[in-house]
Design a protein around this ligand. Sequence first.
Ligand code: ZN
Length: 198
Amino acid sequence: MDVHTQFDWQKGFLLDFSAKDGLSKGVHSTKRALSQMKNMYADAEAFDKAVAAGDPLVYEFYELGAPESAGDLAFGTSIVYPGKVGDEYFMTKGHFHTVLETAEVYYTFSGEGFMLMENPEGDVQLISMMPENVVYVPKRYAHRSINTGKVPLVSFFTFRGDAGHNYATIETKGYRKLVVEGSDGRPVMIDNPRWHEI
Ligand code: ZN
């Protein structure tokens, strides 16, 4: 089914975004199981074990199929499930926008975590994601959300319709930093031992 037909991008529409489950019926869903994130977690042994033990669903997001034009706004919901690979919290793959100079806004419905951001010059920013708080992801920054809590991290996002997603850079190089559970049980940001500059 073509989801474009459900929403009138020319005349407007109302959509019920229930904060309870963070999504609505009939919207495109993309699911990422752990096995689709090979080499993204630092502990390869823990990764293989978790995949073999059932390959958990790490996150999913819901989109409406917005027109990919500069004047439209794409939006949807992201859900990152609680869990860890070794000491490293479940997270999204993260991406740059294909049109690098485009920003994005995330509003958190429920759960707790962080938005980890880095730009091509190597500046890194880590911002808390908490219910009823907004994270502004500036243009030029790759962004990844990380669930450091015990319940799903559910957020609403919106960005310029033609921004596009560049996953390849992160898949190849990784992030400079990781967020792991420290010895005191609290999240801590560390250098990514597998990060490499190409
Ligand atoms: Zn984005």
